[in-house]
Design a protein around this ligand. Sequence first.
Ligand code: MN
Length: 236
Amino acid sequence: MDSTRRDFLTMGAIAIPATMAVANAQVNIVETTPTLHTLPTLDYAYSDLEPYIDAKTMEIHHSKHHQAYVNGLNKAEEMLFKARGDGDYSLVQHWTRQLAFHGGGHALHSLFWKSMKKPVSGITPRPGGTLMVAIQNEFGSFDTFKKHFSATANSVEGGGWALLSLRTSDKRLLITQIENQQKQSYWNCIPLLAVDVWEHAYYLKYQNKRADYVEAWWNLVNWDATQQFYNQALQF
Ligand code: MN
């Protein structure tokens, strides 16, 4: 599993501190320094998503916007680490908010890039296998799922996301909406598919026509990757 995906899964799951596993044992715990998060490389070129997403948008989105979330996450973790060392928690609320915003941004963008692939001309990809069966069971049909998902993306107030997730408690699929990078998070869910509807994701090409961008985005969906994430999520 690549490190990006591992970060992403860890953020969606409940991490069990190592100390809990050794309760009552005499062990020396050394606090580790925070992970240094890095910008993931893409599996395709910036121009590969043309004509649905233009190369310039991809370049700015990945190399500037996503990089800023990576930097913000590293900064927040560094400052919280420092706060513990100094015993000064006066800015803990600020840095915890930064942690959620930038950490959410890093995780969701990492999934967003994996949610897409170079399109094949004239073919709108569809899921297959067990994921298609699960989508049909949950939403009635693939077309109904698509309409529900698009409506969710189109109705985000301001910047945000639409997600298809697996709820781990009952293994059901859910469509949820995220405002900014973290608000309206539904816990106990593992995101499988993400579409970014912040204006920076589409404004150069689509201006105010977000629905046209979302409709075009379906031509890019990497259902093989989504199926793989679904298989992994079922193990939780
Ligand atoms: Mn974005």
